[in-house]
Structures are given as structure tokens and as C-alpha cells.
Write a protein that binds this ligand. Structure first.
Ligand SMILES: CC(C)(COP(=O)(O)OP(=O)(O)OC[C@H]1O[C@@H](n2cnc3c(N)ncnc32)[C@H](O)[C@@H]1OP(=O)(O)O)[C@@H](O)C(=O)NCCC(=O)NCCS
Length: 174
């Protein structure tokens, strides 16, 4: 795993000191709380999708995930040990799929999402992954602008997809 990067200062009003590192089993409670609060405030997911994700990322599922070898969760940890962002990287067949890219609401638009994607790409390179993919909801403008700015291209439009929602599939080479 690469050296742990630090983001010392947000671009905007907030001052913070974050370290990005792979999650540990002991982070499960805080990751669970962050994902839960992001699901509760999400305006882009429907009720069924939220319910499914809440179940997929409950505490026991997170413990199992953290113990597995084919997935890595990255976290951004603040000075007070709070977890302010997560991304899940699942690797199979030389490809990495990203999901649960979540930045805590009051930390958004300060470059954390972009920094995460760049760390993911470094890790992908180290693991000899040749392509990274991810889905965004079609109405999730923020995630789409971020993906496009970080070099991802749309490789598929998926109408009526997961829980009848419209999705866009993104990918980029490493
Ligand atoms: C999408 C998300 C991860 C972005 O994280 P972030 O830390 O705010 O992203 P960054 O600060 O690195 O943003 C980089 C650029 O992406 C674009 N962007 C990010 N959020 C945006 C928004 N809400 N609206 C428009 N553009 C946005 C901007 O161009 C931004 O640069 P700028 O702030 O200089 O204009 C965050 O909004 C989030 O956690 N959302 C809820 C969960 C989610 O939707 N995850 C994606 C699922 S695939």
C-alpha cells in the first residue's frame, strides 16, 4: 500500500487535516455511521435502493467485507479519528469496481472526492489493475462531473437499471 496521503487544508472555508488509509476492522462502526447518514440524506437514490444499501453495509456485512481479500475500503480519517470519507474498491479479473464513494456532507467540494480517485488509481496501478469502473445515478450531477474530471468516460447508459433507476457506467484505463 502507498504512503498515506494527507490533505491538510480544504480549498474552501474548512481547515482540516485528513489522512487517507485502508480501513481496519475497528473502523466498521464509523464507516457504517457515515454510509448510513449519506443514505438518509441522499436525494438521488430511491427508497428501495436505500434500503438495500443499508442492509449491504450494516455492521456485520462491513466486518465481513473488511476481512475479505478482494475488496479494499479506503477511508479519510480526521485529527479526532472521525471518518469523513469512504470508497470501496472491489477487484476481479484485473478490473477494479468503485462503489460507496461517500464524502461527509460538510466536507464536500473541498477536493476529497478527487483526492480519493487519485489514490484509487495509484493503488490500481500497484495491483496491476488495467481498468477502473463505477456507476453513477443519471441524476447525480456532482458524481458525474467528478468522474469526468478525473479521466473517466461514459461507457454505457443503463436506463431502468438497479431498482428501476437510471444509471451511467463509467470507466478509465489505469
Ligand atoms: C460525489 C461526491 C463523492 C463528491 O465528493 P467531493 O469531495 O465533494 O468532490 P470534490 O470536492 O473532489 O469535487 C471535485 C469536482 O467535482 C465536481 N462536483 C463535485 N460535487 C459537485 C456537485 N454537487 N455539483 C456539481 N459539481 C460537483 C466539481 O467540479 C468539483 O470541483 P469544484 O469544487 O472545484 O467545482 C460527494 O458529493 C458525495 O459524497 N456525494 C454523496 C454520495 C455519492 O453520490 N457518491 C457517488 C456515488 S457513485
Amino acid at each position: 500500500m502507498p504512503r498515506e496521503p494527507r490533505l491538510r487544508r480544504g480549498k474552501m472555508s474548512q481547515d482540516f487535516d485528513l489522512v487517507i488509509r485502508p480501513a481496519r476492522t475497528s473502523d466498521a462502526v464509523l464507516i457504517h455511521a457515515l454510509i448510513k447518514s449519506s443514505l438518509e440524506s441522499s436525494t438521488v437514490l430511491n427508497k428501495e435502493a436505500k434500503k438495500d444499501l443499508a442492509r449491504k453495509f450494516d455492521l456485520s456485512a462491513l466486518h465481513d467485507l473488511l476481512a475479505k481479500d478482494d475488496s479494499i475500503i479506503l477511508v479519510a480519517v480526521g485529527a479526532n479519528e472521525s471518518i469523513n470519507a469512504t470508497v470501496l474498491m472491489s477487484i476481479e479479473g484485473g478490473m477494479m469496481h468503485l462503489s460507496q464513494l461517500v464524502v461527509r456532507e460538510n466536507y464536500r467540494r473541498q477536493g476529497i472526492g478527487s483526492l480519493f480517485i487519485r489514490e484509487v488509481l495509484k493503488i490500481a496501478k500497484q495491483l496491476a489493475v488495467h481498468r477502473v469502473t463505477g456507476y453513477t445515478r443519471s441524476n447525480d450531477i456532482g458524481a458525474q462531473v467528478l468522474a469526468s474530471r478525473e479521466g473517466f468516460a461514459i461507457c454505457g447508459h443503463c436506463p431502468n437499471f438497479w431498482y428501476l433507476q437510471d444509471y451511467v457506467l463509467w470507466s478509465r484505463s489505469v
